[in-house]
Design a protein around this ligand. Structure first.
Ligand code: MG
Ligand code: MG
Length: 238
């Protein structure tokens, strides 16, 4: 799974480097696909449930599952969530990040930092004997510190031979509750955080998830393996 994770992380980083004013999300998607295929891997999202692209690219109030398009031209100040999966030798990687297009507002900056930090707080909970509720509550606690909110309708998940496996990994929870973490488990921890309320809906395209109040949203995700020696970020690259 390290190989699938590395390819995923590299493809995501490549996508992030392309985030600039004037670039279309379709262009970024095409480059991500090209990179994944060059590595001998397959984009996990392409065709998944009928999804028409290799990456989900979601801008500003779009939370997740944005469809790359020639019509979406990035502007200065946009915050751009790219979510990538790569399937390699029987296993998937899954990772997402929120990228700044030029200079963004102070609140956008704060949101992006809080989202990443909430992931880091969750990661501290990934050890043998802890439970999924410890992970989710760590995310939400950190997010609430800044007055932001988590999305409850969409959640993290196990990753492996399938892109989405059990257990469910919500961005909320009760400490000490839920499935127990044991070495050998691999989960995607993926805080989705909104400046306003965490209520979301799916647009008419059947995919794009947006905040109901139109507020900005950020996303951060890694595929995390729990080993006998602790947590390992499979999708992190140096
Ligand atoms: Mg993802
Ligand atoms: Mg995921």
């Amino acid at each position: 799974m390290k190989d699938a994770g590395r390819i995923t992380g590299e493809a995501l980083a490549l996508g992030g480097e392309l985030v600039k004013p004037g670039v279309t999300t379709a262009y970024i998607d095409a480059q991500i696909r090209k990179y994944i295929e060059k590595c001998g891997a397959t984009p996990s999202f392409l065709g998944y449930g009928g999804f028409p692209a290799s990456a989900c690219i979601s801008v500003n109030d779009q939370v997740i599952h944005g469809i790359p398009s020639e019509k979406v031209i990035l502007c200065e100040g946009d915050i751009v969530k790219i979510d990538v999966g790569a399937y390699y030798k029987g296993f998937h990687g899954d990772s997402a990040n929120t990228f700044r297009c030029g200079k963004v507002s102070d609140i956008a900056d704060k949101l992006i930092e809080a989202t990443k930090d909430s992931f880091m707080k969750a990661l501290e909970q990934v050890e043998s004997g802890k439970r999924i509720g410890d992970v989710g509550s760590a995310v939400e606690r950190r997010v609430l510190e800044d007055g932001f909110s988590v999305v409850r309708e969409f959640i993290g998940h196990g990753v492996g031979k399938e892109l989405h496996e059990s257990p469910e990994v919500p961005n909320y929870g009760t400490p000490g509750r839920g499935p127990r973490l044991v070495p050998g488990m691999v989960i995607a921890i993926e805080p989705m955080v909104c400046v306003g309320k965490g209520d979301v809906f799916v647009k008419k395209d059947g995919w794009t998830v947006v905040t109901a109040d139109g507020s900005l949203s950020a996303h951060y995700e890694h595929t995390v393996a729990l080993t006998d020696n602790g947590a390992v970020l499979l999708t992190a690259i140096d």
